[in-house]
Design a protein around this ligand. Sequence first.
Ligand code: ATP
Length: 618
Amino acid sequence: MASTEADAAAASSAAANGTANGTATASHDAPNGTSCAPATSSEPGDPFSDLAAVPPAPPIPATPSPPATARAGKRQSHVVSFDKTLENIIKLRTHDLDIQDTELVVVDKEKRKKNRHTCIGSSAAAYRLSIPLYNVLWASVSDDNRHLVIDYAETASKTRIRPAKFSVALEPSGPDWPTPAEVAAWAELLRNRAYGDVPQRRRAYVLVNPHAGPGGAMKKWEHEARPLMDAARMRLAVVTTTHSGQAIELCTALDIDAYDMVVACSGDGLPHECFNGLGKRPDARRALEKIAVAHVPCGSGNAMACNLYGSHHVSVAALAIVKGVAAPLDLASITYGDTRLLSFLSQAVGVMAEVDLATENLRWMGSARFTWGFIERLLARKVYPCDLAVKVEIEHKDDVKAHYSRHQSASTATSTSASAAAGRIQQQQLSKSQDSSSSATDGDVDVAAAEGAASSSQSDLGLPPLRFGTINDPIPDDWETIPEDKMGNFYCGNMPLMAPDTAFFSAALMTDGLMDLITTDGDISPTKSLGMMMAVEDNRLFDHPLVRYRKISGFRLTPKNQKDGYISIDGERIPFSPFQAEVHKGLGRVITKRAIAGYEAPGPSDWDKVSPRERIMA
Ligand SMILES: Nc1ncnc2c1ncn2[C@@H]1O[C@H](COP(=O)(O)OP(=O)(O)OP(=O)(O)O)[C@@H](O)[C@H]1O
């Protein structure tokens, strides 16, 4: 049975305002700090009712104060302007706080004064705290109106960030200082600038696989991921999985209007189950469009986090989930026997499938198990004969590079507006579910353009139909059929990195509606094979002369002359039998750091040197 946690601890962090006692402090409070706000009552049926209580909004005076700028003539100006085209400074008794383009700058006035009187070794660092806006998690006035409290993520080490709290006393009050309402308005401005178009306080359904990777997923979640999400006031429902396949069951039954995302604390196996659970529903298309799948990396490879957040470190990924935008992702349908499932990451037969699936006994090695397994098999010069049929869309590497270049240039140009729209869509979904009286103006965003969304008439349908049929249908006439008697590695992918610094599919794009296919022969010399392995780590595999790299939209693979073997779909084993795949453009949703511009990977070498003419011709 899944256990849904009662999360009293989160209440204390979510409401841990007002920690300082009269003076300004910059502290590194653990998120589950000592100061607890009273839990707010929750609605019956609220999925978060047993979860983190949310601090009430700071009280706003019944009679609104005149704008700060209007009073500037009567007294010293504290809030220079709330207009983001001007300065966004608030001047408190002890501190000035300035929201700049990319950072919040806090100046301790007392320390600055002292610093000015110190001739030797004076430095701004002594009185100036600078926090990237990306790291700002929350800002508000405490319930008792006595403090401005800012939660942010600070660097604890090269591989870890942690929540910290900055609290400034608002007292003594007086006509020369901003009122709590004015400070609350500034805090709201800071939150809006820190989140941009990303919705605040998203609702996450969190699944923790306690057995993922080398172990310790629950500890990683509790100690490294959750504190950042709590500090950001995300609303969390946490389930510890108890058996394989449970994430499918849970996502099939999920109330998709109650959540914005599913967060898998696991390896890549649990996200695979989440997509498949959403894909099994009668309203699969709506569910896959509505619920973004996010990944807290607790496995061995952690491809999803590496590609979407640029890190396999838990806390770095957690911050990217708090601040990331929901964006569409191509998914592939796989059919074998009478089964259809979804794949978000890869399909493998041969060396990589064995490396993934036949090294389970080496789990304790973490990601080194893949390197070890790879070397073992390359040296054996093993072949995996099969018949391959492929719908090739881009045959040559130069054209693949030009295609990548064209997509990157286009998406860079549109990423700002697209991510803005994506953020607005999520915020709308959020506010619609929070407030049933939500305004009708919500509908004016071009959802399809921003997110490649299914049209509303299709939104209650199941998975899209298969345009190439299933494994049980004849191979389409326009597919290329190739007997592959010496196949060493059949590897088809949707994301560039399969583990940290392991760039197999350098030209993969999130939503180009294509799969990247790598094939290599198995009978090449061990020296050349090792060269190929080194090329993966240096992101040179794409250009390696022994590697064939194509963009395809579908394939069928039929193993031959082998009794048994491994077929890996997203790292999960399926029966050793013929299978077929086809891609669906933008069918899934993920949380990503860079929205439309895509993956946290460098692309094939020199893609940015492709000439405009080559791009057009591709
Ligand atoms: N409590 C559990 N006990 C056993 N299996 C589980 C449990 N929870 C999830 N699983 C299954 O474990 C499989 C692998 O999960 P996951 O990807 O999280 O870890 P992993 O395979 O160890 O990761 P990696 O391959 O990166 O090492 C999934 O198929 C999932 O269904």
